[in-house]
Design a protein. Structure first.
Length: 217
């Protein structure tokens, strides 16, 4: 319990971009512990009630729920990093900013709710994007889709994912907690699952070579 915290790899990006597939593939290779955000079931259930199940029906409640989940899950992440060799998550704290922006909430307001400077910092972030129509076609038949998995939302999510990535790289002060985290943006529109996995592996080998044994990748 006194060693350095385990590396935490975050896979984020568009719905339908391949996050679940990549998470499963990396989990099989790396082992460790994987989870998804929002983590708490009561938050997921409450999001389906907020705004009557509309992605824009009650934005204020949605943002409060996402912030609560992140801050509660943070304590678990801190514990998990002490007992597992590696963590992998589907989505991360950055999704609060991206989803918030799609809903019309600016970075300053999201920052005030989330306070990411108080939270655990990922060791590496993989952003996945895809042309919105392609991304939506991959999930259109999901009977368990949530209220955010619509073509209109994904179109804006595509734009806001790129903006967030670019704003972090340009050094936007409000996003300082994300600065310096190794990150890669992968467009999965025409790439096969194997190609995406290969690109992610190569990135992680460069980004985490000192903390993850090379034989696991």
């Amino acid at each position: 319990m006194t060693g350095a915290p385990a590396p935490w790899i975050t896979i984020t990006g568009l719905d339908g971009s391949g996050k679940t597939t990549l998470l499963q593939a990396l989990s099989e290779e790396l082992g460790g512990f994987h989870f998804r955000l929002p983590y708490h079931q009561f938050v997921r259930d409450s999001l389906s009630l907020s705004g009557g199940g509309s992605a824009f029906g009650d934005v204020h409640t949605d943002r409060l729920l996402f912030a609560v989940d992140a801050r509660l899950t943070n304590s678990l992440v801190r514990q998990w990093r002490q007992v597992h060799p590696v963590l992998l998550s589907q989505r991360g704290w950055m999704d609060n900013f991206i989803f918030g922006a799609v809903q019309g909430v600016d970075y300053n307001d999201t920052n005030a709710l989330l306070r990411p400077y108080e939270l655990e910092c990922p060791s590496a972030v993989i952003y996945l994007i895809a042309e919105p129509h392609v991304a939506f076609s991959r999930i259109a038949g999901d009977e368990h889709a949530d209220k955010f998995e619509t073509l209109d939302f994904i179109r804006d999510q595509y734009r806001e994912t790129l903006r967030f990535y670019q704003c972090v790289n340009s050094g936007l002060p409000i996003l300082a907690p994300f600065a310096g985290i190794p990150a890669i943006l992968i467009d999965t529109t025409t790439r096969s699952t194997a190609t995406v996995l290969k690109q992610a592996r190569a990135f992680l080998n460069r980004a985490l070579s000192s903390t993850i044994c090379s034989r696991t990748l």
